[in-house]
Write a protein that binds this ligand. Sequence first.
Ligand code: HEM
Length: 474
Amino acid sequence: MPAVTTSVPPTRPIPGSYGFPVLGPLKDRLDYFWFQGPEKFFRNRMSTYKSTVFRVNMPPTFPFFTGVDPHVVAVLDCTSFATLFDSAIVDKRDVLVGDYMPSLSFTGGTRVVVYQDTSEEAHGRIKSFCLDLLRRSARVWVDEFLGSLGIMLSTIEGDLSKGATSSNFLVPLQKCVFTFLTKSIVGADPSTDEAIKETGFALLDSWLALQLLPVTNIGFLQPLEEIFLHSFPYPFLLVSGPYKKLYNFVEKQGKEVLERATSEYGMTKDEAINNILFVLGFNAFGGFSLFFPSLITTIGRENNGLRENIRDEVRRVLKGTNGELGFEAVKQMELVKSTVYEILRLHPPVPLQYGRARNDFVLTSHDATFQVSKGELLCGYQPLAMRDPTVFKDPESFVPTRFMGDQGREQLNYVYWSNGPQTSSPSPENKQCAAKDYVVWTACLFLAELFRKYDDFECDESSTAITKLEKATS
Ligand code: HEM
């Protein structure tokens, strides 16, 4: 998938404009958060400029984000988006959420791995540590996940059996995700720490929210959202207490993991705890908290027989494994895997990715080429790139079987939710999500366990609530 060429076809100027200083960025910010919303914001401009590559401003901006440059080059088709995965072309230093970077206080003064570029020595070392964490946690990952999921499902079942018409799954889900991740990644059991046991997940939520509010669209009561949530960065002080509790928890309970970080990966104890907390809280907990609700509601609202087909496949495969459920079993579930990929395509949990041009280069889109200058910031919006009609047939529709069969699997080259193609592997040399495969397998485990225990479930049309959970009869 070459994203760059230095020869034909001839390049054309990048369409779009940044407008007048202050006014241009402010107008784009209001469009993005208020008048249009992110998807329409990109779609309208793509249609106006008749191009999937154009110049635009991205929030945060005016009045209290001084020193943040809102100018970006949007890349919205699969070809131009793939440029963001090429470490030779883009620098990923400090651009996780754009030119804006939350204060380092949020990560205890450490520039954690996700903000580091592949050219920095520490990136490769700490990414190797993350990959090692995952490899070692694989032994307990499945059991811990199924155990925590069991508690979540019993809570929902309990609500519904008491006569409630629906049971909101968000809090039980976040508790499940928090518990299984801390046990498998950090080797620490939240139930043994009074400060963490009941509220650990909420401490992470508040820490995440303060970092991300300036760049997150809530769809709240405007103009209050613009005035109070998108106009200034929130100070770390507001969550320093929660961060300290989480820090102490990892320091006390994650001794084995910390020992490895310091002795084998050359990190100081403080650097290790801050990195572990970021990967645990921001990447893993944050990622699953966004992804699982889409997974559950998309399938729970479907009414074309998908749940029945998934249930049949799950039970057929589990018969062959004598009921044993794990990564090896779910790898045999073709429809389950394809459904998970399709939901990641339609609802990529991390919608925006950024990268800065290391040098002048020629950017290739699906139908044109453009000259980009050194230092310009590329901004990829996944929800549109993942609906590129030149790659995906009927791109706006939910097609659970899309990735089945040889031709279907071929399309996985263009599934980018992990900041890289689904067919590539994360490594110390690239910026792809360390848990690319774990995320997919865990989602498959979720569906397999759900349909092992229950014949069917349904979700509310407009909220994160389960309205029906029918116990398995066979
Ligand atoms: C549904 C869950 C998850 C989603 C949606 C997700 C998504 C992503 C994305 C989009 C990136 C690239 C960010 C960027 O540079 O623009 C990333 C990076 C990363 N993710 Fe994940 N992630 C998830 C779960 C996890 C888990 C469970 C772990 C580890 C335990 C993890 C570890 C990492 C690490 C270490 C990086 C940084 C890679 C690097 O700097 O080279 N992620 N993730």
